[in-house]
Design a protein around this ligand. Structure first.
Ligand code: UDP
Length: 351
């Protein structure tokens, strides 16, 4: 048996989130690890709940410090995934972003350092801000953020300081860490499709289409994003967790799909086309209109024109590459919302 085959206790804080819930399902289906999951609710975790290696704790990171402290001590690998990661909330609730994304997570990182735990921490593609490099690289791209009254940057800034702090713990105290930076992960469980406003782009557009509301292109929809299907992202995280020959120790990895680089306007068009495959009438009724960023988000917003990852590090060190096109990802998302096909449930059923 190699070190990577050993059964470990994995703690996932924020397990009912988009990344957390999918990761739990894949860990249970594809590995022998015990999964300790913490969150406020379980609706995205339905396929995992009865699994014998799944242990759920309904706890709040902001309140139940003793219980979380105990779980960090008990487990081998810690993934603190609790965070607000929605641009609308960076603008309207900047203090909550700081309290949760920075303060609450800082406690967890300190416990990881104290008890010599391996930590896999979600940084973000937002740390690069408005960088102008063709492709953003982990060790060479400079971070460019806007002024203080543009509150959008509080998330990027909190995550950047967490990155620097974790790096410093690695440097001074030998904390075993891996930082990963998701680039616009998309999937069926991204945001709650019932929310009227404030979701990330794919869920927001889909919500609007389903409710016969226009898709709104902020400032004309010229800004570009690279869309990464959640299962590709999870595949990369499983390689990081496996950590063959310590290949992920003290490393930073962009996780994104540089090949699937589209403007928001192009995304709206492609979504309409894929919707056609599921409901012709609904797709024909989709209207697309432009809105100013000020009207949509308010004065505290500033947009990011382009955001392309270099995934060289993930390819060379983890042997990982993204596989899924935007069109295919949208098909799977629509298949979930129209036909109730939950890929996590199917995966667990077949495992
Ligand atoms: N956006 C848009 N219409 C919407 C929601 C978002 O045009 O209804 C734009 C937003 O201004 C940004 C892009 O879509 O340029 C992606 O936004 P998202 O909220 O998904 O997150 P981001 O990639 O900025 O972190």
């Amino acid at each position: 048996m190699t070190a990577s085959d050993e059964r470990k206790n994995i703690l996932i804080l924020g397990a009912n989130g988009f990344i957390g819930s999918t990761l739990c399902a894949h860990l249970l289906a594809k590995t022998q690890h015990e999964v300790y999951a913490v969150d406020l609710a379980t609706h995205k975790l339905a396929p995992c709940l009865k699994h014998p290696r799944f242990h759920f704790y309904e706890r709040d990171l902001l309140i139940h410090h003793e219980d979380i402290h105990y779980l960090v001590k008990k487990c081998d690998i810690i993934l603190p995934l609790v965070a607000i990661a929605t641009p609308e909330l960076y603008v309207t609730k900047p203090l909550s972003v700081f309290e949760l994304d920075f303060e609450a997570n800082l406690k967890v990182i300190r416990w990881c350092a104290e008890y010599d735990k391996r930590v896999i921490f979600p940084s973000t593609s937002e740390v690069y801000g408005m960088a102008t490099d063709e492709a953003f690289a982990e060790h060479t791209t400079n971070f460019i953020l806007g002024p203080v009254d543009k509150q959008r940057w509080i998330y990027s800034c909190c995550k950047q300081l967490m990155d620097r702090l974790i790096y410093a713990y690695g440097f001074e105290k030998n904390l075993r860490y891996t930082l990963f930076r998701p680039f616009n992960f998309i999937g069926a469980k991204l945001d709650d499709i019932r929310n009227d406003a404030g979701s990330r782009i794919v869920t927001q557009f889909l919500h609007n289409a389903l409710h016969r509301q226009p898709l709104k292109l902020v400032d004309g929809g010229f800004n570009r994003r690279c869309f990464t299907y959640i299962n590709d992202g999870i595949d990369c995280l499983l390689r990081i967790i496996e950590n063959k020959n310590a290949c992920a120790d003290k490393e930073i990895f962009n996780i994104g799909n540089p090949n699937e680089n589209y403007s928001v306007a192009e995304l709206a068009k492609i979504l309409k086309e894929v919707l056609h495959e599921f409901d012709t009438k609904l797709a024909d009724a989709v209207k697309i209109e432009t809105v100013s960023a000020d009207d949509y988000y308010g004065k505290g917003y500033q947009d990011i024109a382009r955001r392309v990852p270099s995934v060289k590090a993930a390819k060379e060190k983890l042997g990982w590459e993204p596989k899924t096109s935007l069109r295919e990802a949208l098909r799977r998302i629509l298949n979930y919302h129209f036909n109730g096909v939950d890929p996590d449930a199917i995966l667990l059923k077949n495992s």
